[in-house]
Design a binder for this molecule. Structure first.
Ligand SMILES: Cc1ncc(COP(=O)(O)O)c(C=O)c1O
Length: 372
């Protein structure tokens, strides 16, 4: 009897799809290299964690364990609507923004259509484009000698948007760290035809301090084909609970509600996100501390003679100008876990999540030993 060929009969695009590679975790590093303490600087999470109010909210949440969560996440959406000055029917919640990005592609694009993302852009854009069966077009990024080296080229992206179903842009981008200023973003949106959906992924928006930057959320009234994704996994410090959301027109939100899995945001996640939103002081403190550390980290890494890309997020991309995998492994053996970005077409680079002074000391002394 011949084996069943599941792949042959599977959804279009599956054969081209590779699973998302989240990199090694601390457990794997301890097992493989036998190190006691691991500095996890690989996932762009916030070392400072969530507001302390989250723990209190979660303690109360246990009484609801036997029950399904609110399927429409009403309280959370109301708080988000207030935070962003939009209406509740313009918000869709997701089990992380990762889920939303894939859901958006699979709801609004498909076989025979084209989805656009930038070279070195966030990996999930390509996964989403391929998973929905569309043709994926990767647009070359800006060259290394450009002021926004390796970030998305707005002119080339706008040209590719013509006739495409969806264009994905991360602003700021992971792993390259740069972002488009308000004028670039507006100029881009003005050029994209109204029947092409523009998804601006703002996972790192809370960290951006540049005065010439503007959240695409503010532009929603001007562009009906615009959708913005946000997450609680970064500055809000809640990556483990998987909470993301999309902001868009009520019409697009209505379409996404048709394909959203019922109960996709569990009760703990909803309560934690609500508590986190209500403590904006904590968020501000985390951002101030992260950015102060980021300057320190960039300075010390540059002092080692390394090329450090400027970043708007809670991470830095460093170019070692030689294959970075052996450096990654040698650093892991010293208990410092970074993120290889070969899959992003950056084999000589590693991405480093910003943390505290102890982590910086561990990183710099490990780098000195490894690069000697
Ligand atoms: C640009 C970007 N978008 C989205 C995500 C996914 O976030 P979430 O945890 O909400 O799925 C990440 C995570 O690293 C990211 O870097």
């Amino acid at each position: 009897m011949s084996a069943v060929d599941y792949l042959r009969d599977a959804a279009p695009g599956l054969a081209r799809l590779q699973p998302y590679d989240p990199g090694l975790d601390a457990i794997a590093v301890r097992q493989r290299w036998g190190v006691e303490e691991v500095f996890e600087l690989s996932g762009n999470e916030s070392l400072w964690g969530p507001s302390p109010d989250v723990a209190a909210a979660l303690a109360e949440a246990t009484s609801r364990l036997p029950f399904y969560p609110d399927p429409s996440a009403r309280a959370l959406k109301t708080a988000l609507a207030q935070l962003h000055g939009v209406s509740v029917d313009q918000i869709v919640v997701g089990n992380g923004s990762h889920e939303l990005l894939v859901q958006i592609a699979c709801t609004l694009a498909g076989a025979g259509q084209r989805v656009v993302a930038a070279e070195h852009g966030f990996a999930v854009f390509a996964i989403a484009g391929i998973q929905c069966g569309a043709e994926l077009q990767q647009v070359p990024a800006l060259p290394i000698d450009h002021g926004q080296a390796r970030n998305a080229d707005s002119t080339a992206m706008a040209a590719a948007a013509d006739g495409a179903r969806i264009v994905f842009v991360a602003n700021p981008n992971n792993p390259t760290g740069g972002g488009w200023d308000a004028a670039t973003l507006r100029g881009f949106l003005d050029q994209v035809p109204v029947d092409t959906l523009v998804v601006i992924d703002e996972a790192y928006a809370e960290y951006v301090q540049r005065t010439d930057w503007c959240s695409a959320v503010r532009l929603l009234p001007d562009y009906p084909n615009l959708l913005v994704t946000r997450t609680f996994s970064k500055a809000y410090g809640l990556a483990s609970l998987r909470i993301g959301y999309a902001l868009c027109s009520a019409e697009i939100a209505g379409l996404l509600e048709r394909t959203r899995l019922t109960f996709n945001l569990n009760h703990y996640a909803q309560l934690a996100a609500l508590a986190a939103i209500e403590d904006q002081d904590h968020l501000r403190r985390v951002v101030v501390e992260t950015l102060a550390q980021r300057s320190r980290w960039a300075e010390q890494l540059s002092a080692l003679g390394l090329r450090v890309f400027s970043s708007e997020g809670n991470f830095l991309l460093v170019d070692f100008e030689r294959p970075a995998q052996p450096i990654f492994e040698a650093l892991a053996a010293h208990g410092v876990l970074l993120r290889p970005v070969t899959g992003y077409g950056l084999p000589s680079c590693l991405r480093i999540t910003i943390a505290d002074d102890r982590a910086l000391d561990a990183l710099i002394s490990a780098l000195r030993a490894v690069l000697r």
